[in-house]
Write a protein that binds this ligand. Structure first.
Ligand code: KIV
Length: 269
């Protein structure tokens, strides 16, 4: 087995960043698509609670349960050999450190290598509690879909100076609390670049411009499927240029690695 064949580990994420290798991440919800992504070079697979929208057909991620996440995590885990599997703590599963530990333990026992949770502030205690108990944590900052009711929709975050300053502080705080990876969603490209430069851990962008350490897209979006929702600016249909699902995944991975995706047209000012 060569170094590029062996399963990726959490410490490999920091190595990739140190070596300037961009990380390509996609969501997956079942074994078949996971196998195709894994075989075509995707570094990280995310069982996102976006499954509430793209698989279950809800209008938000709020109805997704821990049982849903465990089921889909186990399905995806059976399809992968090399990619690192990250799984979301769904709405309110991280409301207390103890609840989060129970849910994250179930996700790791189903095959995930990291648990992702949204937010900083009161969630810092949760990040620290998990990280100190051998649960690798990915924090999700910026446009956090579980905050859709408070935000009044899925809106770009950090455009005003005070909000940008808070996001910069939050990124440093989650890393200090033990997060090993940060997803930045729906953030102006320049702000994401500043956060990435200052962050001690790798960042993965989605609608956060080209200067993150990696990128993630929802699989259904990059395959051009109609999600029933308005298509965000940061989405690109890779099936159109890839010609097949495997070709789309290869085109996405190549574009993330060489920095051609996301382009300016996929980024927010
Ligand atoms: O749930 C999800 O798919 C996510 C990504 C959009 C980052 O959190």
């Amino acid at each position: 087995m060569t170094a590029s064949d062996r399963p990726l580990t959490v410490p490999d994420l920091a190595v990739a960043r140190a070596e300037g290798r961009r990380l390509a991440m996609l969501t997956a919800y079942g074994a078949g698509f996971a196998r195709t992504c894994d075989a075509n070079g995707v570094d990280l697979l995310l069982v996102g609670d976006s499954l509430g929208m793209v698989v279950q057909g809800h209008g938000s991620t709020l109805p997704v349960t821990v049982d849903d996440m465990v089921y889909h995590t186990a399905c995806v885990a059976r399809g992968i050999r090399r990619a690192l599997l990250v799984s979301d703590l769904p709405f309110q599963a991280d409301a207390t450190p103890e609840r989060a530990l129970d849910a994250a333990t179930r996700l790791l026992q189903a095959g995930a290598a990291m648990a992702k949770l949204e937010g900083a502030g009161p969630k810092l205690e949760v990040v620290r509690f998990l990280a100190e108990r051998e649960i690798p944590v990915c924090s999700h900052l910026g446009l956090t879909p579980q905050s859709v009711l408070r935000m009044g929709g899925f809106k770009v975050q950090g455009r005003e100076a005070a909000a940008a300053a808070r996001l910069r502080e939050d990124a440093l705080a989650v890393a200090e609390a033990g997060a090993a990876l940060i997803v930045l969603e729906g953030v102006p490209a320049a702000l994401a670049a500043e956060i990435t430069a200052a962050s001690p851990v790798p960042t993965i962008g989605i609608g956060a411009g080209p200067h993150c350490d990696g990128q993630v897209l929802v699989l259904h979006d990059m395959l051009g499927l109609d999600s029933g929702h308005r298509r965000p600016r940061f989405v690109k249909d890779f099936l159109a240029e890839g010609g097949s699902v495997a070709g789309a995944v290869r085109a996405y991975v190549a574009a993330v690695r060489d920095g051609s995706f996301p382009a300016a047209e996929h980024s927010y000012l």
